[in-house]
Structures are given as C-alpha cells and as structure tokens.
Design a binder for this molecule. Sequence first.
Ligand code: KG4
Ligand code: ZN
Length: 334
Amino acid sequence: MLCLGIETSCDETAASVVEDGRVALSDVVSTQIDIHRRWGGVIPELASRNHLLQVMPVIDEALSRAGKTLEQLDCIAVTSGPGLQGALLVGLQVAKSLALAAGKPLVGVNHLEGHLLAIRLAADAPEPPFLGLVVSGGHTTLYEVPAFGTYRRLGTTRDDAAGEAYDKVARLLGLSYPGGQPIDELAQRGDPKAIRFPRALRGDDILDWSFSGLKTAVLQHVQAHGVPTGQALADLCASFQEAVADALTKKVMLGAKKVGATQLVLCGGVAANSRLRSLAQERAEAAGLTLFLPPKRLCTDNGAMIAVAGTEAFKRGVRSELSLNSDPSWRLGA
Ligand code: KG4
Ligand code: ZN
C-alpha cells in the first residue's frame, strides 16, 4: 500500500512516499528556515508564498526518488491542521487537485497525529498502547494512545510550547532562529547547575506544564547580569535546558504511572534535544518503561509522518471529501 504524504503547515514544504505505513521510499523536505531567520520567527505570508513555489517540485521529487507515479498510489494524505491557515491551504489545495486528477482517495491528517506516528518509520517501533509526548515549536502535549486513531490528552502546556520557549530564549540571547539547536549545542559545554531556574506546576496531581515563568526568569537574569558570553552563556543555556528537560520528563513519568503505560514515545522538534533524550532514557529506565526515540530527522516536520498517519487512517476507512477545509486549530483527541 502506497501513500503520498504532503506537509505545509508551518515552514517546511515536505512530501514523501511511504509503503505500508512503515517504510519511507522517499522523504523530501524543503525548509524555509533561512527565509524566516532574519525575522526571528515564521512570517505566515512568506511561508504561504514559499510553499506555493516549492510544493510541486517537492512532490515531483518525492515521487521520482521513490520511483513511483501518481497512478501507483493508493491514497494521498495531507496535513489539514493545525498550523498556519495560509500555509495549510497550499498543501491542501494541491492534494485535492492531485486526488481529483489521478482519481485517488484523499485523507486529511492532523499534524500532531503525524508527529505521534513518525516513530513507525524507525526500525524499532511500538504497537499501541503507548504514551506519546508531542513537544514542538507550537505544541507540548502528552497523549495516551490506546489504538491508532484514538488519542487521549493527559496534559498540555498552559502557555508557551517548549520549542517556543527555546526560540524566545535564543532570541533574548542573540542566538539564531530556530533556537533549539544553538542552545542545545552551547548547553553541552555548560554547567546545568550554574543557575537554578524555576519549575512551574510542581504538584504531583498536575500533568500540565507552564514555560512562561521560565522564560521570564531568563529575561530577569539577562536584565540583571547582561547578555552572557563565553562560559557564562554556555552555563545559562545548560541551566535553561535542564529546567525544560526536567519539567517535561517529570510530568511524562507521572502520566505513565497514572495510566499504567509501559511504552513511551517522544516526538516533535524538541524531541531532537540531547538533554531531553538522555534524561528521558534515564527516567524511563528507572520507571521500567520502554522508550522509543525517533531519529532526529523524524522529530522535525516531514512528509513521511503525514503519510504514515494517512495510511493508518486509510486502513480504518477514513476518506476526506474534496470539499475538505483546513482547520488551523484542529485539536487532536479528547
Ligand atoms: O516539530 P517542529 O519542526 O515544528 C513544529 O511543528 O513546531 O519543531 C520545531 C521546534 C522549534 O521550536 C525548534 O527550536 C525546536 O523544535 N528544536 C529543538 C531542537 N531542534 C529543534 N529544541 C531543542 N533542542 C533541539 N535540539
Ligand atoms: Zn510539527
């Protein structure tokens, strides 16, 4: 079974052909990061315009690298939300046009379901039930996944997403956008105990996060001491990173205990973070949980994860009408 996945919800134009929901025959990602970097964040209209330029070449490339034609596909999956409205519409309209022209079924996919199922492309992938933490630039939510297509929200951020905190702190420190990777790299040379940043919502009965207080604490530190350089910058990054990784993994372990989970998946751009990965491994082992970490390139946005989620939905009988609309704030699960 062959599915073409198309992703244009934010700042990557991506397409991929996936076989049987497990094997990416191609995975083409055209990133707009260089375009948005000079503005320090994603500019929605620029994103839409660039998707429009890139989407057809990216899809052509995905088909040709997979050695497949449109006619050989079983379905076409596309991110229809959540994300930037104008950006979503580009991928959605192209997917509809291709589905109509080639006479193929269309499947609208929730971007977050894509992140949760990206692990299916790794050699070692869990079958449900599992617990999945989606931690990206726009989302920080813990899901219980009893079966494909069923998602229960256990906890979420009450303000900033973890990736958003990374990007805002990076900006404060004069580091480039997106901030996750530069902070991660600096943190590896720093002392995570140098500054004790706050952890919010510490109660064991709360599965939610809050990162705005942490962001403010970094701002206050910079206001008091100036923007650090050299070792002090590395120490600040390591201390911030420790606070994020500690808060994320603590609540995930609480959630696992609460629902009796035995398998855990981390996904989304921030799941590429070195400290989050090592601390999650440490705490999962201590709790007797099996942790599944997608390779870093499957953590950030890609078309293959959309094809995987599309394949699973297709197998459940999901078909979208050609009148399918985008839903910029589509919430996954109850
Ligand atoms: O999943 P993604 O590509 O896009 C969204 O759906 O948001 O995630 C992008 C986010 C950005 O905020 C970026 O700073 C963060 O992932 N990120 C990281 C790392 N690599 C990317 N955050 C922390 N450490 C990293 N190594
Ligand atoms: Zn994403």
